[in-house]
Design a protein around this ligand. Structure first.
Ligand code: AMP
Ligand code: ZN
Ligand code: FE
Ligand code: FE
Length: 285
């Protein structure tokens, strides 16, 4: 059997491994294919693809876009997009700029709470890519303001936390369009983090499908076997693609390993075959 992992982050967003190291790690784990899905950027894709060719690991160009619909926040994954599409790059720049403004607001809130941190301190935690809340969490950990990354979120960085600041997000429909226009397929990531109720997930999937959503992330570490079964049913009933991945972030999420290393999360290559068929159909239109 061949196995895959379609949800991973590198140091271009908030993972701790460079794309090439991530591919080496995937090779070691025995994975046949991996999608690099950094938050709001595809800058790590060329490095991952080059190493993938060397290592014999198939690399699917991907992205994870934070977006919103009504009062719900969600992450939309994109697979098979052109990483250098100029329109896509422009649209992503808007998110990236709002991220840096937000980081400044978070740092300033922390300072007001008497925690002495600066933007220069933060810069050290993200060399090549974007800076997000997990980097700020590491800074707080190293400064001994908190004892765990989890505590950094629960006390300061979670939505509603003492140093939380919001940032610009595209509407879900716009995120789906931007993925499609760059030649990719849009997938709803970890639906449980958008809405914990199953009825809510059913409704959301249908609403997003009308906007062009192609599939749902069914296999995910936080999904119990029961939930996985139901999500798979909902997805197939709607004739959509079933996908899955670990959401690997390296040391920024130390409990999460690549999919094959977890027996509960073995994702068969056959899912990728369906994704590639759909991408071919789409490009033939
Ligand atoms: P950002 O893109 O800067 O908003 O940060 C989002 C990242 O922070 C994602 O990788 C999330 O998984 C992570 N994150 C969000 N909430 C928490 C939390 N409560 N504990 C740990 N990580 C979190
Ligand atoms: Zn992340
Ligand atoms: Fe996510
Ligand atoms: Fe993710």
């Amino acid at each position: 059997m061949k196995y895959i992992d379609l949800h991973t982050h590198s140091s271009y967003s908030d993972g701790t491994m460079r794309p090439a190291t991530l591919i080496d790690h995937a090779k070691q784990a025995g994975l046949s294919a991996i999608a690099l899905t950094d938050h709001d950027t595809m800058a790590g894709v060329p490095e991952a693809m080059a190493r993938g060719l060397e290592q014999g690991v198939e690399v699917i160009p991907g992205i994870e876009i934070s977006s919103r619909h009504n009062d719900m926040f969600m992450h939309i994954l994109g697979y098979g997009l052109q990483h250098d599409d100029p329109t896509l790059k422009d649209r992503l720049t808007k998110i990236q700029e709002s991220r840096s403004g937000r980081n400044r607001r978070i740092i300033s809130k922390l300072c007001k709470l008497g925690i002495k941190v600066t933007m220069a301190d933060l810069k050290i935690y993200s060399k090549e890519g974007q800076t997000g809340r997990p980097h700020i969490a590491r800074l707080l950990l190293d400064k001994k303001v908190v004892r765990t990354l989890h505590e950094a979120f629960s006390r300061y960085l979670r939505r509603g936390g003492r140093a939380y600041a919001d940032r610009f997000r595209y509407e879900a429909g716009a995120a789906i369009n931007m993925i499609q226009e760059a030649g990719g397929l849009a997938i709803l990531a970890h639906p449980l983090s958008t809405t914990p109720r199953l009825s809510g997930i059913r409704e959301l999937v249908k609403t997003l499908q009308d906007m062009g959503l192609a599939g749902v992330e069914v296999y995910y570490p936080a999904h119990s076997p029961g939930l996985t079964k139901i999500l798979k049913q909902v997805t197939l009933e709607n004739k959509m693609l079933v996908t899955g991945g670990s959401d690997f972030h390296g040391d920024n999420k130390p409990d999460i390993t690549l999919s094959l290393a977890r027996e509960q999360l073995s994702i068969p290559y056959s899912l990728l075959v369906e994704i590639k068929k759909q991408l071919e159909r789409q490009s033939g239109l």
